[in-house]
Design a protein around this ligand. Structure first.
Ligand code: GDP
Ligand code: IMO
Ligand code: MG
Length: 427
């Protein structure tokens, strides 16, 4: 299997960073193809904990090469900070990180507009964005007003930027908001480009050559399918295609060169930010999931909303992303629960439904249909094989496979590399 797409199968924070890290050993390239520094991917290596936002998580494996593809929106100043951070901790990026010249750039005015957009929405309509300027940057891309990395290395860049700052400042001033200072923006970007310039290239031929040579490529999805701009809980979503399709459009590796899709699936559900969440818990069980699972945002530090496992969500991921197998994470977080619930369908206005509705107001009215499963009340940490897991845990996993229609090939029982079980999967 030479190209694997890894996606988040819920609302993000499924443990993608950890799974990417354990799979990186087997690949040559790790590629980000969408999102920006709204992502926060945690990787624990020995006693150290890294949170990566824009730099692909593969950077923590010596010798592996990483690509920030055309589908990503990147904040050059934030990226340089991150590059310096990982370099200072022993992972220099030179010769290993390649940035697409087609990737769009996030400027300070995008962040300012993100904040304004949120502040001006009525209560209940706010998205709870990460305020990283992601939505406004993708809006400019779609409006054909954005600037790309190729523009930043062009001698005309100062003039191109000036026209944008003037236009955006008119919009900000009309809102009565503070405006961006052209000279400051230019200086900050030019300084960042001293680091980034040597890393910018056309990544399409690079990846094409890798595919032709039979090298292994792993696509590191950001966010999750329920935050996807098309298949998520619109409008409470991010502004990119977080599903498997985004890997192709965001990298230039065509769909017929993709071999396998791994869906990262938490053994329960979390969401950070606003928007409907049918299995959300507001009780002691929800508190316990947050406490044991340490469910606080890796990017913003916000507490994550927690709830039971939702098979309607997982089946939505299977259908829209073509999930071949799950990497089932955070099973250990369920170790102490006496009873576990699995949502197998929803009840909407008195009807039973099996599929995730498009209408966000309907999603908000969906009531989960639960079945109950006994917990195992014992630690799963340290299990070396699937068969070492307690019976009740194996039955819970088997039921998740049944109700979602995809097998769990990878099981994660803790944040570290060693806390991972691989099962032989039919390929
Ligand atoms: P991502 O955005 O999908 O990469 O996920 P985050 O890094 O935002 O959040 C996942 C959190 O769970 C991180 O703190 C990980 O270190 C942690 N984690 C990942 N897998 C496991 C696991 O199997 N068990 C436990 N207890 N923690 C895990
Ligand atoms: P990773 O890759 C969880 C959420 C925000 C908000 C919505 C829109 O770590 O899984 P945005 O800033 O993108 O315009 O915010 O999407 N969100 C995430 N939630 N994990 C993420 O990334 C997220 N990236 C964005 O909380 O609800
Ligand atoms: Mg995260």
């Amino acid at each position: 299997m030479s190209t694997t797409i890894l996606i988040g199968a819920q609302w993000g924070d499924e443990g993608k960073g950890k799974i990417i890290d354990v799979l990186t050993e087997r690949v040559d390239w790790v590629v980000r193809a969408q999102g920006g520094n709204n992502a926060g991917h945690t990787v624990e290596v020995g006693e150290e904990r890294f949170v990566l936002h824009l730099v692909p998580s593969g950077i923590l494996h010596e010798g592996k090469r990483c690509v920030i593809g055309n589908g990503v929106v990147l904040d050059p100043v934030a990226l340089v900070e991150e590059i310096q951070g990982v370099a200072a901790r022993g992972f220099p990026v030179e010769g290993r990180l390649f940035i697409s010249d087609r990737a769009h750039v996030v400027f300070p005015y995008h962040r300012m507009l993100d904040a304004q957009g949120e502040a001006r929405r009525a209560k209940g309509d706010q998205i709870g964005t990460t305020q990283r300027g992601i939505g406004p940057a993708y809006s400019d891309k779609a409006a054909r007003f954005g600037l790309r990395m190729a523009d930043l290395v062009d001698p005309e860049f100062p003039a191109l930027l000036k026209a944008r700052v003037e236009e955006k400042n008119r919009a900000l001033a009309a809102l009565g908001a503070p405006v961006a200072d052209y000279d400051d923006v230019l200086a900050a970007v030019q300084q960042a480009m001293e680091t980034l310039r040597p890393l910018v290239c056309d990544t399409v031929p690079l990846l094409h050559a890798a595919v032709r040579a039979g090298e292994h490529i792993l696509f590191e999805g950001a966010q999750g399918i329920l935050l996807d701009i098309d298949f998520g809980t619109y409008p409470f979503v991010t502004s990119s295609n977080a599903g498997s399709g985004g890997a192709s459009t965001g990298s230039g590796v065509p769909p017929n060169r993709m071999d396998r899709v791994v869906g990262v699936l938490k053994a329960y559900t979390t969401r950070v930010g606003e928007g409907p969440f049918p299995t959300e818990l507001h009780d002691a069980d929800g508190e316990e999931l947050r406490r044991v699972g340490r469910e606080f945002g890796a990017t913003t530090g916000r507490p994550r909303r927690c709830g039971w496992f939702d098979a309607v969500v997982a089946r939505h991921a299977v259908m829209t992303c073509g999930v071949d197998e799950w990497a089932l994470t955070k099973l250990d977080v369920l170790d102490g629960f006496e009873t576990l619930k699995i949502c197998t369908a929803y009840e909407l206005d008195g009807r039973r439904i099996e599929h995730f509705p498009a209408n966000v107001r309907e999603v908000a009215r969906c009531r989960p249909v639960y079945e109950e499963w006994p917990g195992w009340r014992t630690s799963t940490r340290g299990a070396a094989r699937f068969d070492d897991l307690p019976d009740a845990a194996r039955r819970y996993i088997a039921r998740l496979e049944d109700v979602t229609g995809a097998p769990a090939g990878i099981l994660s029982l803790g944040p570290r590399r060693a806390d991972t079980l691989f099962r032989e999967m039919p390929r």
